[in-house]
Ligand binder design. Structure first.
Ligand code: FA5
Length: 348
């Protein structure tokens, strides 16, 4: 093909392209345009294949004309493509109207689990009295859980705390008193000791007020001249902090292998104010914790000189406190994971 013939052909192609261009109104007609003028079977592609047969003196001019044609056709194609895309976006914007005055989706804010709330409250109060926080593992050695707190293998007290055994040497701890043994070992007979230890414990128990898993908080103080009045005053302050000044605190003699003397501590029933009702089984009081002076055997077993130092200890049932504080009638609610139960404690 001569240059003249090529020029003529290009003019016709551009004229035809402009004609088709004005009729393009969707993606289908746009694709047709692309196939006709830029596709494999288009005149443009055939001009490129002809290049090898063009006389060498015409090659440059031929090439320039074909490349110019390509850019004109490409420009037309791109222009229309953008127009169609913009039209599509405009259409979508019209159809998908967003009402920005609608309220957004509310984020649900959780709340502290009531057990955690009670633990945090007790721990921070005890820390304000100078106690420091200690923790221990839930899987505990038989030695720490029983022997070092004066409960030897054949002691009948082992029946009081039916425990979950892992093997001959390990148990799921049945009380937080085992942390006493850990801390005394760590201190190597040194004092003063003034600690508070929250944690989960396990026993073979199950009814409305007893669960196989529950929380306790252990308190332990060791030093010179520590006596029973320190224990009574500490517990009175703590219980009045938890339940309010109006509630009476009552101490009763009791028995624990690791304390001597031992006491159990009750608070006056909130329901009947000490008169007696179904909640307190007509006693006017409800038991909340066990305590006592650290048994001299426990001090000796854990490397302390019982002639030089004394101690007091207590173990609070956190679940019992939470049940009384929030008027919960079944302990299993705390462990059911029921979101509706937990939402009651949300401040929202
Ligand atoms: C003890 O566990 C002693 N280690 C407490 C102690 C520590 C006494 C230091 C002296 C010195 P007791 O078995 O009574 O004691 O349990 C203490 C508290 O845990 C109880 O008052 C009760 O509130 C709670 N408790 C006991 N068993 C359960 C249970 N199965 N479910 C929920 N709470 C329980």
């Amino acid at each position: 093909m001569s240059i003249e013939e090529l020029k003529k052909s290009v003019e016709e192609i551009i004229e035809e392209a402009n004609k088709q261009y004005s009729n393009i109104d969707d993606e289908i007609s746009l694709n047709e345009f692309k196939n006709n003028f830029l596709g494999k079977k288009s005149s443009l592609t055939s001009f490129f294949s002809m290049m090898k047969d063009v006389k060498s003196e015409d090659k440059k001019a031929f090439g320039e004309i074909v490349i110019k044609l390509k850019s004109v056709l490409n420009e037309l194609y791109e222009k229309k493509r953008n127009e169609i895309n913009e039209k599509k976006i405009d259409q979508r914007m019209k159809e998908e109207k967003v009402d920005i005055s609608l309220p957004g989706r509310e984020e649900k804010i959780g709340s502290k689990h009531p057990i955690k709330a009670v633990i945090d409250d007790i721990v921070s109060f005890m820390m304000s009295l100078g106690f420091s926080l200690k923790e221990g593992p839930e899987v505990e050695t038989e030695v720490n859980n029983f022997e070092l707190v004066n409960i030897p293998l054949d002691h009948p007290a082992r029946d009081m705390q039916d425990s979950f055994s892992i093997d001959d040497n390990l148990v799921l701890r049945s009380h937080t008193s085992c942390i006493q043994a850990r801390v005394m070992k760590e201190m190597r007979g040194d004092y003063p000791v003034k600690i508070i230890c929250p944690g989960k414990v396990y026993r073979r128990d199950s009814d409305a007020t007893h669960s196989h898993e529950f929380f306790q908080i252990e308190g332990l103080v060791i030093g010179e001249k520590v006596n029973m009045s320190h224990l009574l005053q500490t517990l009175t302050l703590l219980l009045k902090h938890i339940f309010g000044e109006k509630r009476q605190v009552r101490f009763r003699p009791s028995y624990f292998p690791f304390t001597e003397p031992s006491i159990e501590v009750d608070i006056s029933c909130a329901e009947c104010n000490g008169k007696g009702c179904h909640l307190c089984k007509n006693t006017g009081f409800i038991e909340v914790l066990g305590a006592g002076m650290v048994h001299p055997n426990v001090l000796r077993l854990n490397g302390y000189d019982d002639k030089k130092v004394q101690g007091f200890a207590f173990g609070i049932g956190v679940d019992r406190i939470a049940m009384l504080k929030y008027k919960i009638d079944d302990i299993k609610n705390f462990y059911s994971g029921d979101i509706n139960f937990l939402r009651q404690f949300s401040k929202e």
